[in-house]
Design a protein around this ligand. Sequence first.
Ligand code: MF3
Ligand code: CO
Ligand code: CO
Length: 279
Amino acid sequence: MNSKRFKGKLKKQGPVSNFQQLKTEYADKYQIRLKEEKDINGIKKAGVLAINLLDYIEKQLRPGITTNYINSLVAEFTKKNNAIAAPLNYHGFPKSVCTSINDVICHGIPDDTILKDGDIVNIDVTPIVDGYYADCNKTFFIGNPGKDAKKIVSVARESLRVAIREAKPGKKVGDIGYAIQKYAEGKGCSVVREYVGHGVGNDFHEPPQIPHTGKKGCGIPLVPGMVFTIEPMINLGKHYLHVLPDQWTVVTNDGSLSAQFEQTLVITKNGYEILTPFD
Ligand code: MF3
Ligand code: CO
Ligand code: CO
């Protein structure tokens, strides 16, 4: 090609920013939609609502209530704030929230089950605000926790914390899983393989997948504008699981307790920002 002409053409098109270039590359190569400031602000708005919702629910948790009651609180709060509960009718999921008790790993369906003293319950919410999704969950104690409940909730919470430390440019998706696995297995617990974190924001579940086990230095490089969840599910016993006949509820095979914490975050130039902020 005539090099003079090539230069002229580039000039005419104007400079393409590094971010736009990266955006195209991540879309083509990984089907990952990197988010711009406008999108991030939208997701954060949904994220703040998600956290406010979890706080609101937490205050009303006590022995004697049913998970259906939690569902009605979530539905009512979401509606009052002009948001939509993403779980409702998602691939046929029948309720507005997932409520996962004790040996339920995830995707528990609210029903007439009564929470009792000593239970642990994970509450997973995903509001849609102005078309943007934010996904987060926490595991709560009902009444007074026993020794095992305290342990699994603590290990699950810390697993998310060590994972978030890996969230910065220069690291890869595999570093996140590696950090979780190393920590949780070091505490004698196990990490669920079949369910993973995920891209989120314009949709409930977007690429990439974020496994909670993995190899250091492997997988997709983390770059600014990536928005995804980290949501390690940690079992007190083995990691093996099965799905109940309702086709949603996921339980540990050995009946051991399982706990989970989830946040939505964005990779920034120097690290990360949590879009569903809680301690
Ligand atoms: N909130 C879950 C997640 O963290 C997904 C729930 S899907 C549902 O990805 F249909 F069960 F709501
Ligand atoms: Co999620
Ligand atoms: Co979730």
